[in-house]
Design a protein around this ligand. Structure first.
Ligand code: IMP
Length: 415
């Protein structure tokens, strides 16, 4: 069984907890995109784990966790998460071809955010690192096996000199070449024992149960999102195939919250900068798990979800945080956009241009007052909540196969 889990919104949908739940039945969990910009929160009893780079399977003993060649590695974070994996009794294989996020990438990211025109990145060096991957330069995890390889990767084609000049342009002093080499080398001891070939591993494990874990969300995809307010990797099903060489899947699950949030800049048609937005932020604890930034909150946007289903390749939906909506008199859902006074066609691409000008059309649902956190079956949910879920299914034409009613492992209704 090959199952893919993708964020169907702008990230922070609760993918980590879904992966954690499904990893009970999977021996292999593979991460394919992003880096330290992600923050996957998992609650096990009273203990909260926030994972940034290694797959969420690392907290389950016996799982094999792969980080593919499209994941950019912040070595300090990886070192921390490797220690957690050891404690939990799981295995980790890091792809030799995966890029290393260097301190200079973070400095460039930060400098660009300070300069005018920043988009509100997580400042984890993601964009600058992927730029180097695309321009075929930079340090790969496999280079950490020797000082000579690190030096060659940093100096080939004037790489280091060019980065140092770019940082000077931003008024920042780069670490010296020798400091950078020493920094890379200092991680060799912890990283090198985990190096491997993740694509070969998956090819050999073709009959096993594998979970592919996406980071960020389809609406933040480099190509299909509202560029330039996007991340620098592919957050769709295509991202799995393009990086891990796997093309056949059994389930492609899109995780969406029962409302929607966004962190950083960019258009957000259903954003509620009012009491409703504050209610969602407070009840849903909507503060970034990587940066601590308050998340922008708004009503569930079914136009955007339908678009995510199409461009992301989704076959089913899991809905998280339905419990957060308890206590609202009315719950709105966006069921259409108008653009320049005309209804927007169903097949339009949701570019920055479209999203910045889209006027949402809402359907209003009656709310419910019941606390959902103890609900464990579909029948336990109040009728108003079931009506809300049924409408989502009808609108997007896919089943909602699980519903989250709280952050803990057991607070999930499976259908
Ligand atoms: P970057 O990925 O750090 O370059 O940031 C680009 C955009 O993606 C910014 O708007 C970030 O807030 C957003 N972003 C990146 N990773 C995540 C995530 O895991 N959750 C939510 N937003 C994210």
């Amino acid at each position: 069984m090959r199952t893919v889990i993708l964020g169907a919104q702008w990230g922070d949908e609760g993918k980590g907890r879904v992966v954690d739940n499904l990893s009970q039945d999977a021996r292999i969990v593979a991460r394919f995109n992003g880096g330290g910009n992600a923050g996957h929160t998992i609650w096990i009893g009273e203990i909260k784990h926030i994972l940034h780079i290694l797959p969420s399977g690392i907290v389950r003993a016996g799982t094999v966790n792969l980080c593919g060649p499209g994941v950019v590695h912040d070595l300090e974070v990886v070192r921390r998460e490797l220690a957690l994996s050891r404690e939990c009794g799981s295995t980790v294989i890091l792809d030799r071809s995966a890029p290393v996020v260097l301190p200079i990438h973070k400095s460039i990211d930060e400098a660009r955010e300070r300069a005018s025109g920043g988009i509100g990145t997580t400042k984890r060096g993601i964009g600058p690192c992927y730029e180097d991957l695309a321009s075929r330069r930079g340090v790969k995890l496999g280079h950490l096996t020797s000082r000579k390889k690190i030096r060659r990767a940093l100096t080939r084609g004037g790489y280091y000199a060019e980065k140092a000049a770019l940082l000077r342009h931003y008024g920042v002093e780069a670490p010296s070449l020798e400091e950078l080499i020493a920094w890379c080398e200092s991680f060799a001891g912890v990283i090198v024992p985990h190096l491997g070939d993740t694509r070969a591993y998956l090819a050999r494990a073709s009959t096993e149960s594998v979970l592919f874990e996406g980071a960020q969300g389809i609406l933040l995809d480099l190509i299909n999102g509202s560029h330039p307010f996007v991340t620098s990797s592919h957050c769709t099903l295509g991202g799995v195939s393009a990086t891990l060489g796997v093309y056949e899947f059994d389930r492609v699950i899109g995780v969406t919250k029962a409302y929607i949030t966004r962190v950083g800049g960019g258009p957000f048609p259903t954003e509620q900068e009012n009491g409703d937005g504050e209610f969602l932020r407070a009840r849903g604890h909507e503060f970034g798990s990587t940066t601590g930034r308050p998340r922008r909150c708004g009503w569930l946007d079914l136009v955007a979800l339908r678009y995510a289903v199409r461009v992301g390749g989704l076959t089913e939906i899991m809905l998280t945080k339905l419990d957060v909506l308890s206590g609202l008199d009315e719950i709105k859902v966006c069921v259409g956009y108008t653009l320049h006074g005309e209804p927007l066609g169903e097949d339009e691409t949701l570019t920055r241009y479209v999203l910045e000008r889209a006027e949402p059309v809402y359907k209003v649902f009656r709310g419910w007052t019941e606390d959902l956190s103890e609900c464990r079956s579909w029948e336990d949910l109040p009728e108003a909540a079931r009506e809300y879920v049924r409408f989502i299914e009808e609108y997007i034409g896919l089943s909602v196969t699980a519903i989250g009613v709280g952050p803990e492992r057991s607070q999930m209704i499976w259908r």
